[in-house]
Every structure is written in structure tokens, then in C-alpha cells.
Design a protein around this ligand. Sequence first.
Ligand SMILES: [Zn+2]
Ligand SMILES: [Zn+2]
Length: 248
Amino acid sequence: MKNNITGLFAELFYPSRCMVCQGVLSPREKKYGLCSQCKKKVSVIKEPFCLKCGKKLFDDTLEYCEDCEESRFGRFFSKGRGVYLYDGVMREVMYRFKYKNKRYYAAYFARQAYFLYQRWISDIRPDLILPVPMYRGKMKKRGYDQAECFAKALSRVFDIPNVGGILSRTRSTLPQKGLSGAARRLNLKNAFHIRGNLVQSKSILLVDDIYTTGATVDAAAEALRDAGAAEVYCMYICVGNGKRRRKK
Ligand SMILES: [Zn+2]
Ligand SMILES: [Zn+2]
């Protein structure tokens, strides 16, 4: 609770600061939370990106990243889009957003998402926005759930309902880092639960903070599809690049 209040007051009374260098922003720079210098250091996702998951591609002759090329028909979500490339500068921003109570960054991320994907959203027309939930124990410790903050901000800019408590995490999972693809899927198996029948026949926009291999959103999408969701699309704040990995 304390965290909530501090976050709110910070947003209301302190001058807006750049998400990267923490410098005070001019009224014009306020919209996206970046000063004109740092704006150049942040990469927002532009074409070419993977048509399936939205990962940045550096070769415009490709349509899909390597992961999606292999598993495109095995995924449970239809399409996903990311807002920023998850690189050096954005790693620092995401760290502060997740662990340093900079939850108001969510509004900047959502405005940028609106700028990039307004058209896409009006094409796919999701009925509901749902965040990929954090395990309750973890959330209690941290005080807030970053994916939920982003989902609420997106709900405001796109005017699509965001309903809390439908999708929940039934158990804590191991950190995904360092696990192989198969181990990641096993780690997430049955980790999500859907309450009630609100997702039935609905098109869902599933929201998460960072997309790497897609195992987490895919496991959540599988649970939503099992519960009768018609389509599951995804949106994440940051996405990696879909560069072809060199064979070992
Ligand atoms: Zn700056
Ligand atoms: Zn992809």
C-alpha cells in the first residue's frame, strides 16, 4: 500500500523526468518520457519485425524470426507486437520500472504503443486486455505487478476493458533464464488458471513486460484458448531481436 501511495504522489507532484538519464523533461518531451537526446538511444520497434511474434528483424527479406519459423503453427497466440527493442538502455529503464517503483513509466510505454499500433489494434479489435499475471507471493513482496500496470495504461489509451483476476498464476515457476526451450515449456505447464467464463469466444490482448522466447505468453495463451478464447494476441513493452543465431 505504501508503495502505491508513494508512486502516485511522485507522479503528481514531481517534475517528469527522462526514463533514461533522469533529466527533467520539457513539456514537449513529456509525452513519451524521453528527452530529445535519450530518444535517439531508445529503439522503438519498426519494420521489419517478425510477422508472428513482433521481434525485431535486421534482414527485410525475412518474414519470421528463427523461433517462429520453427514453431509458427505450434503457437497458441495469433500474433504479438512489442514496443521497444530490449537492449542496453531499455534494460536499465525496465529495471527501474520493475524494481524501483517507476510504475508510472507504464503511461509512457502505452502512449508509444498507441503511436505504433493504433492501426493494428483497430484491425484485430480485442474485446479484453489481460496481463500475464505474476505469482501472488512474488507480487506481495514487490508491491505491484508490472504487466498489470502496462495493461491498465493500454486499457486507457486504447479504450479496451482490462479485467483483473481472470487469469492467475497457480504456482511459482522457476526463473526461465538458463532453461532450454523444452524445459521452459515444462516449467510453465499448467501454471495458469482462468476464473469464470469471461474469455469464452472473446478476442484477448494478452500483455506482458518482456518477450524473449515466448514460452510464458504461449503458456498463458494456451490456458486462454483451453478456456474458449477465440483469439489471443499479445503485446509486450520490450522484445528482443530475432537475429538468426549462429549454429554452434
Ligand atoms: Zn534523457
Ligand atoms: Zn517471431
